[in-house]
Design a protein. Structure first.
Length: 692
């Protein structure tokens, strides 16, 4: 500011100097000069027109706002100053001889505009609202139709605030331009609100991740890890509540939301999917009755029937631990995943084997012999005597055993022992080998391990006593050397073959023993039914090749092959009155199913679709008066499958005489109401349905 003032003063002085230069004789001419600065506040106005009257003298202010007149006759003058964007300035000045100064302050032209608008809330016009503008602290009240108007507003930016009873305050901004300006205002009614809080549970279980929804409004939230939910700022009123969660039945209810805190807990019901568990308890071929079968969790228990079968119904799906106990058998435990529908689990128990121990000492006279090898067979049991010459075997199944004892420097010893329950004793007296010039007799043992014409390489060959072991070569051969002469037990094992064992007396020199192994053959069963439409065909011949296997279908049209080596088979089926049928089947380990659909032979000249001897117009497979077909498990023909019939038929399946599908259908009919009917439009076993 000080710098600007200094500049102005310098400009005035310069102007005066110019005037002085122009005045050649001030005293004689009686003239004066007039200089000044045109500004508006702190703004120096460039290009302002300064006019003096009387006369027509005009000057224009320079970029510093300075103007100057010289050689003005002394006297009274009227000064008029005009500039773009400013109001015209008028003044007077008495010019005296010499220097005269006149600064001019211009007033900017001020643009004004009006502001008009309507205050509403939706379709409601809000009267009595206070509309305020700043700067200026201008206020207006809306009239009964919600309008307001401000006039003569200086152009520029304004902040607008609107307040009205029952509505949220509103604020905004508006740039006022010259002329008419419009600004409508939308107010939000103050809504009374409340919150809704609660927990979703099922019994004592708090349920996280449940979806809680309110309507109207489309409000949604998900329960926390603690099962809680919370809605805030809900307009008061009636709401419908729905709650959904995986594994639970949907829940719905209503709630009146009042101002403040509202509570609503929700109790969900778990969806329980159920299945049944059926099976048989056996030990080898023996079906075990009276066995206790227990499932946990849930504490489910049952006892096997006379046929060794058990059945649980309405088990919630999930993982279960199964335990089976029966007198005379080792306890059995396992796990089972119960799925919806029928689940099968057979149990193989191991008979409790009575055992005893065998203890003794190996000596030669008064000498206790340590390090002697004591071997028992069968079983391949071996032990080495302690420093005190003693040996001990425990948990030996009761029965007869061959005992062999060998020790360096002593003749081999062999004997037999019947092991009974409890403690059994057997001392052994060895005979020392004389060292006076004698060389122990030894021999070798060689042979080939084969299966048919195939040499078996990698087979483990062992001799006892002595713990001798070797493995067959790529040609299937084995060789032991320096074997003390005597009796040995030879055992051979190889992957994919049955174990082999036999005795061999090794004599001095070369001994030969070839071994023939039997390949382990994986087998499966093949079960099915032969039908033509809804008709089950008995007496049909079912043949498999290779192998020349044959079977004839039962009165229920079923057939069953057991112990079939796994592999591909060609199947042919022939029956009187039907076209021959052929197909192929890959037999895998376990149970294999194959139903066969035969086509009835239509005699020449008979319309297609009619059966021999059938009245004209009757359809094939629908002879008039066709009798309903009983399920094969329905032994007394009363159209009711009871527990004993279902179990008996299931036992037949386990023994290989009944097809699995028919057994499962019998169990289904028994579990779901017992009474059943025959549906000729469906194929067996699905043709037997629950009676309505």
């Amino acid at each position: 500011m000080k710098m600007q003032t200094s500049v102005i003063r310098i400009a005035v002085i310069v102007g005066v100097l110019f005037s002085l230069v122009a005045v050649t004789d001030f005293a004689e001419a009686q003239t004066g000069s007039l200089s000044g600065v045109v500004r508006s506040g702190t703004t120096l106005v460039n290009g302002a027109q300064v006019r003096l009257s009387p006369g027509t003298r005009t000057e224009t202010s320079n970029f510093l706002g300075v103007f100057s007149f010289s050689d003005l006759p002394v006297g009274e003058y009227t000064i008029r100053v005009t500039a773009s964007g400013y109001q015209t300035w008028n003044g007077s000045k008495t010019i005296i001889g010499g220097i005269n100064i006149q600064d001019v302050e211009l007033t900017p032209l001020v643009e004004t505009g009006s502001l008009t608008g309507v205050v509403r809330s939706g379709a409601t016009l809000v009267g009595g609202a206070l509309v305020s503008l700043s700067p200026g602290n201008l206020k207006e009240m809306t009239n009964m139709v919600g309008t307001f108007n401000f006039a003569d507003l200086l152009a520029g930016d304004y902040a607008i605030t609107v307040t009205a009873d029952g509505y949220e305050p509103w604020s905004g901004s508006k740039t006022i331009a010259s002329g008419i300006n419009l600004q409508d205002v939308e107010l939000t009614a103050i809504v009374e609100t409340g919150s809704l809080t609660g927990a979703v549970r099922s019994g004592a279980t708090l349920i996280s991740g449940a979806l809680v929804a309110l309507s109207p409004g489309g409000y949604e939230t998900t329960t926390s890890i603690a099962g809680t939910f919370n809605f805030t700022n809900l307009p008061v009123g009636e709401y419908a509540i729905t709650v959904t969660a995986d594994g639970y039945e949907p829940w719905s209810g209503s709630k009146t939301i009042a101002s403040g805190i509202n509570l609503q807990d929700v109790e969900l019901t778990a969806i329980v999917e159920t299945g049944s568990l059926t099976g048989a308890v056996r030990s080898g071929a023996t079906l075990i009755s009276g066995a206790l079968v227990a499932l946990s969790p849930g504490g489910y228990e049952t006892t096997t029937s006379i046929a060794g079968t058990f059945n649980f119904t309405n088990l919630p799906v999930g993982e279960y631990a199964i335990t089976v106990t029966a007198d005379g058998y080792e306890p059995w435990s396992g796990s089972k995943t119960i799925a919806s529908g029928i689940n099968l689990q057979d149990v193989e128990l191991t008979a409790i084997v009575e055992t005893g121990s065998l203890t003794g000492a190996v000596r030669s006279g008064a000498t206790l012999i340590s390090g002697a090898l004591v071997a028992l067979s069968p079983g391949g049991y071996e032990a080495t005597t302690s420093i005190a010459g003693t040996f001990n075997f425990t948990d030996l199944p009761v029965g007869d055993y061959a005992i062999t004892v060998t020790a360096a420097g002593y003749e081999p010893w062999s004997g037999s022992k019947t092991v009974v329950s409890g403690i059994n004793l057997q001392d052994v007296e060895l005979t020392a080998v004389s060292n006076e010039g004698e060389t122990p007799e030894t021999g070798s043992l060689s042979g080939v391990v084969r299966s048919g014409l195939t040499p078996v390489s990698g087979a483990a060959v062992s001799l006892s006593p002595g713990g001798y072991e070797t493995t067959t070569s790529i040609a299937g051969t084995f060789n032991f050397t320096d074997l003390p002469v005597g009796d040995y037990v030879l055992t051979v094992t190889a992957a994919g073959y049955e174990p082999w064992s036999g005795g061999k007396t090794v004599v001095s020199g070369i001994n030969v023993q070839d071994v023939e192994l039997t390949a382990i053959v994986e087998t499966g069963s093949l079960t099915g039914a032969v039908r033509s439409g809804a008709t089950l065909i008995s007496g049909a011949l079912v043949a498999l090749s290779p192998g020349g296997y044959e079977a004839t279908t039962s009165f229920a049209g079923t057939f069953n092959f057991t112990d079939l080596p796994v592999g591909d088979y060609a199947i042919t089926v022939t029956a009187a009155g039907y076209e021959p049928w052929s197909g192929s089947k890959t037999i895998v380990s376990g149970i294999n199913l194959q139903d066969v659909e035969l086509t009835a032979i239509v005699e020449e000249g008979e319309p297609e679709g009619e059966m021999e001897g059938e009245p004209e117009g009757e359809l094939e497979g629908e002879p008039e008066g066709e009798e309903d077909l009983l399920h094969p498990a329905d032994l007394n023909g009363d159209w009711r499958i009871v527990l004993s019939e279902a179990i008996a038929y299931l036992s037949g399946w386990q023994q290989g005489s009944n097809p699995l599908g028919y057994a499962i259908r019998a169990a289904y009919l028994w579990q779901n109401g017992e009474l059943y009917a025959y549906d000729p439009s469906a194929s067996a076993p699905m043709c037997w349905v629950l009676a309505e």
